[in-house]
Design a protein around this ligand. Structure first.
Ligand SMILES: NC(=O)c1ccc[n+]([C@@H]2O[C@H](COP(=O)([O-])OP(=O)(O)OC[C@H]3O[C@@H](n4cnc5c(N)ncnc54)[C@H](O)[C@@H]3O)[C@@H](O)[C@H]2O)c1
Length: 392
């Protein structure tokens, strides 16, 4: 039996454990939980864990009493760093949600804590380990593009309303959508390029589509405009435009923040310089809907171009100097494009000591450094150097 202790047994981590980790390792059980909202967390326990799951006051007590084999951290963003720093001292394998840090102080503190820790960490970056990304990396390693000279990453998010009608609207919690969203993309793009991002220029557009002057806490059920508003549950359902179909907070509310004091972006883009000397571009758009969803990259070099899109589940390879082009279709409709399954498999193998982490803490921190640089670049309108893990 694998004895897992969870700090923050919320929506994301419970789904990952109950539906994915336990499908791979039926002997994995949640034996301990630290969560101030015990009542709600209890409802998320899988049937097989209803009896095993004991709630503890804090991580220290859980580690001392629950005989854990591993720890999973699934709290919201701002707590990832302090909890991971505490967990680092116990030497157990850790599964850590992203973004690993939301400020530079958090990121440097986290880096310091793990310099001395024996704990292997699997950071929750499903995209990097998704089969389509892994195949793209294999093609690049086999010389499909020659030396990678450029990358274009796009992310047209068809469920972007979640960043304005759920808790993610709280800027204090997200610190913007580079940290919240692009942390995945900048990570897998560096991985594909085989090179860290060293300098970033960035721009964002905020408060033009979402956000606004509607009163704080307003929900559709209390709004007189629900009949005509495209974001009401009725109209989302009628138009099949996606997003939550229950009563929800107004995406035009003052509590989405404002550009002066901070708010999530309608769209944002970054110009990236890699340590290898080449550059790339990343763009994310949050008001996209329905079939406009697109997420993936185009990587090119003198010998060829490879591009993939997770929504189409397809990879295309063009040879520049031979009359052949291939399109590879990937199977399946899996959570996070199959990445969650690979993440879970990797975490279980790390616990069993048969594999190294494919998304180590250094990857999580390096991506946070790149996202923090993007925030600063967008704020100041200038190119910003990205701090590197290991830099004193
Ligand atoms: N890797 C991915 O692809 C992915 C996908 C979705 C969400 N996420 C991340 O997962 C995180 C959690 O999101 P969620 O939707 O599950 O949120 P959630 O609110 O459902 O879960 C958070 C849980 O933490 C608990 N909590 C609050 N304070 C705590 C504390 N001091 N100690 C212990 N537990 C505490 C809450 O009661 C709740 O159960 C976010 O940081 C989000 O960015 C990652």
């Amino acid at each position: 039996m694998i004895r897992l202790g969870v700090v923050g047994f919320g929506y994301r981590i419970s789904g990952l454990i109950n539906s994915v980790m336990q499908s791979i390792a039926p002997d994995l059980h949640v034996v301990g939980i630290v969560d101030p909202n015990e009542q709600s967390a209890r409802t998320r326990l899988a049937d097989c864990d209803k009896e095993n799951g004991v709630f503890y006051k804090n991580l220290k007590e859980m580690v001392s009493k629950a005989k854990l084999d591993a720890i999973a951290i699934g709290t919201r963003c701002r707590l990832h760093t302090p909890i991971a720093i505490e967990a680092a001292q116990y030497g157990l394998p850790i599964f850590l949600e992203k973004p690993v840090s939301v400020t530079m102080k958090q990121a440097t503190d986290l880096e310091k804590a793990f310099e001395k820790s024996r704990s292997p960490v699997v950071v929750s970056f499903p995209l990097r380990v998704s089969p389509l990304c892994m195949l793209t990396r294999q093609y690049i390693e086999e010389g499909a593009v020659g030396s990678p000279e450029h990358i274009l990453g796009v992310n047209y998010v068809p469920y972007g309303t979640v960043y304005f009608d759920k808790f993610y609207r709280d800027y204090e919690s997200t610190q913007g959508l580079f940290l919240q969203k692009a942390t995945h993309d900048l990570d897998y793009m560096s991985y594909l390029m085989g090179s860290n991002i060293v300098r970033v220029g960035a721009m964002w557009t905020r408060g033009r589509v979402f956000g606004g002057k509607k009163k704080a806490g307003l929900t559709c059920s209390k709004c007189r405009e629900a009949k005509t508003c495209l974001e009401s549950p009725e109209n989302r359902q009628h138009n099949m435009s996606g997003g939550v179909s229950e009563d929800h907070w107004c995406v035009y509310g003052v509590d989405c923040g404002n550009p002066q004091e901070g708010m999530n972006e309608d769209s944002s883009s970054a110009l990236l310089e890699f340590a290898s000397g080449v550059h790339g571009v990343y763009t994310q758009v949050f008001y996209s809907r329905r079939d406009s969803g697109q997420r993936g990259s185009t990587i090119s070099g003198y010998q060829g171009t490879v591009s993939f899109d997770w929504f189409k589940n397809e990879l295309r390879r063009v040879r520049h100097h031979a009359p052949f082009s291939d399109t590879i279709k990937a199977d399946g409709n899996m959570p996070h494009f199959g990445g969650d399954l690979e993440l879970a498999r990797n975490f279980i193998n790390v616990i069993n000591g048969t594999e190294k982490s494919k998304t180590p803490i250094s990857a999580g921190i390096q991506s946070a450094y790149a996202c923090l640089a993007a925030n600063e670049a967008a704020m100041k309108g200038k190119l910003v150097k990205v701090r590197q893990v290991g830099q004193s």
